[in-house]
Design a protein around this ligand. Structure first.
Ligand SMILES: Cc1cc2nc3c(=O)[nH]c(=O)nc-3n(C[C@H](O)[C@H](O)[C@H](O)COP(=O)(O)OP(=O)(O)OC[C@H]3O[C@@H](n4cnc5c(N)ncnc54)[C@H](O)[C@@H]3O)c2cc1C
Length: 483
């Protein structure tokens, strides 16, 4: 059996690994941090209907529309079919609305006109000067859950997933890939394989830049704001060309609003900036006038791995949300080395299928892709806490759940969801981390990470709440004062 090493434990890498496994190809996934440590754990949470890109990016729009329908069937355990609306204002150009309707129709995206009164009844707090409303098939994509479902499905079929393991370089023999050098815990080793797929997202240029051919990735930062309450249960989009602050996604008990789009050199997400949050809040008030008074939990950002074709571009908004796949041997690189860049979370399965076609063809495997029909099992229900005491009140996490996770504090947070609720770990972090060895360093790291997202939104009531959190931590719980 052939084996493929896939670099990157985000949506793209796991989608590629899943597609190849279903064709009977062995896979090893290599992730330098934790699964979901990259952009796939730092996104808006929207399963796009495709309507957002219908006018500006019809190929990506069609891909989203088709994948939206497929994912609802194969991964219902990670999708909340809340539906979405596009809202136009009296001041918006009616010409764009007409173009948008025509573009949705030609991309096969279902759009239905809606009565404004009915939409107002479902979504409280809307601006009084709305002029148009349309319903679309937007849904909420539970990204962390779907990645965990994929990891379990991959392992069940015999695939291997190595976290905290960095891919360092290709091992080649007579111009063909024979392995991948990886580094983990300070030790280097080689993994034997017949092909390597670089699915390293914003880092794809760093990973595959020397494999042959020009791999131009344009990292583009998007900032998002999390509000403390869900506020409503539909995805709300602005009926306008893609821009800043045009999508609200109700996610679990919170509301995620964004985003921005700023090109940067580094693939790493920097701390969100106050001016980005201020700008988002300003724009959001055009749809929800009271939004400046909604409590912000924190801001965060992710980095889009956009692919740049040629030199003609002015801003990252102009770069396609579609994806490209490279076979490096076509540009003088070794045979069996592939890179994939771009796409959306919504289209991760489609990307997996296309990469799978190319890699399977190279390996001489003729079994077709099955990922559009094979169901990805939902996660097993959370074990009942029984008499185990509650460790995190906001998210109802029990001590037994915390003890059941063997991994870093980030893995613990993502698997149990502790410190993700309104108190952001103010109270529960002591209790939860106190159950682990080396808790002091973990506590400092968690506090620093959380404050990175709270500080850019800390004015008015949010600043007062941050002061209260700090009083609890430094005065009541006795954490060392950090100035
Ligand atoms: C702000 C924002 C909002 C978004 N919202 C949406 C949305 O609502 N809906 C939607 O469909 N899409 C959305 N997207 C797009 C979507 O999130 C991305 O397209 C998708 O997550 C990219 O996944 P990926 O696997 O390619 O990259 P990543 O998730 O970044 O995965 C790449 C992985 O490779 C690992 N890696 C890097 N170098 C190495 C190495 N040397 N060795 C081993 N591992 C390595 C990284 O640690 C990382 O985990 C959004 C993007 C952003 C930035």
């Amino acid at each position: 059996m052939s084996t493929v090493a896939v670099i990157g434990g985000g949506a793209t890498g796991l989608g590629v690994a899943w597609d190849l496994l279903l064709r009977g190809v062995g896979v090893v996934v290599i992730e330098k941090d934790e699964i979901a440590g990259g952009t796939s754990g730092r996104f808006h949470g929207l399963l796009h209907s495709g309507a957002r890109y219908a006018v500006t990016d019809p190929v990506a729009a069609r891909g989203c529309a088709e994948e939206n329908a497929i994912l609802r069937t194969i991964a219902p355990g990670a999708i909340a079919g809340v539906g979405g609306v596009f809202l136009g204002k009296e001041s918006d150009s009616p010409e764009f609305g007409e173009r948008w309707l025509a573009a949705c129709e030609s991309a096969g995206i279902a759009v239905k006109p809606a009565q404004l009164a009915a939409v107002r009844a479902e979504i409280p707090g809307l601006a009084s000067d709305l002029a148009a409303a349309y319903r679309v098939q937007d849904a909420v994509l539970e990204g962390f859950r779907l990645l965990e479902m994929l990891v379990r499905a991959i392992q069940r079929l015999g695939g291997e997933v190595f976290e905290r393991t960095r891919a360092c370089g290709l091992v080649t023999e007579a111009g063909e890939v024979r392995g991948l050098t990886v580094e983990s815990g300070g030790e280097r080793r080689a993994i034997g394989c017949d092909a390597v797929v670089n699915a390293a997202g914003p880092w794809a240029g760093e990973v595959g830049g020397s494999w042959g051919g020009e791999l131009t990735v344009r990292p583009s930062r998007g900032t998002l704001v999390i509000f403390a309450n869900r506020h409503f249960s539909r995805v709300v989009n602005r009926l306008a060309p893609p821009g800043n602050g045009d999508i609200f996604v109700p996610h679990g008990r919170v509301l995620i609003f964004g985003t921005t789009d700023t090109g940067q050199e580094s693939p790493e997400p920097p701390a969100p900036l106050r001016e980005e949050v201020v700008e988002l809040i300003r724009i959001g008030q055009e749809i929800f006038p009271a939004l400046a008074r909604w409590r912000v939990i924190r801001a965060f950002n992710g980095v889009r791995p956009l692919y740049q074709r040629g030199e003609m571009w002015r801003s990252s908004r102009e770069l396609s949300r579609d994806f490209v796949v490279f076979e490096h041997s076509t540009a003088g690189g070794p045979k069996g080395a592939f890179s994939v860049i771009g796409g959306k979370w919504t289209t991760f399965r489609l990307i997996g299928e296309k990469v799978g076609d190319l890699v399977a063809g190279y390996l001489g495997v003729d079994r077709p892709s099955a990922s559009r029909v094979v169901r990805i099992d939902p996660l097993p229900p959370k074990p009942s806490g029984g008499s185990s005491p509650i460790a995190c009140e906001c998210e109802g996490v029990t001590s037994a759940e915390v003890e059941g996770v063997d991994g870093s504090v980030t893995e613990l947070r993502l698997r149990s969801w502790f410190a993700m609720g309104p108190c952001q770990g103010t109270f529960c972090a002591h209790r939860v981390l106190g159950m682990r060895d080396g808790a002091e360093g973990e506590l400092t790291g968690l506090r620093a990470e959380r404050e990175k997202g709270i500080l850019p939104a800390a004015w008015g009531d949010n600043a007062r709440m941050l002061s209260l959190q700090r009083s609890v931590r430094f005065q009541s719980l006795g954490e060392p004062w950090d100035g």
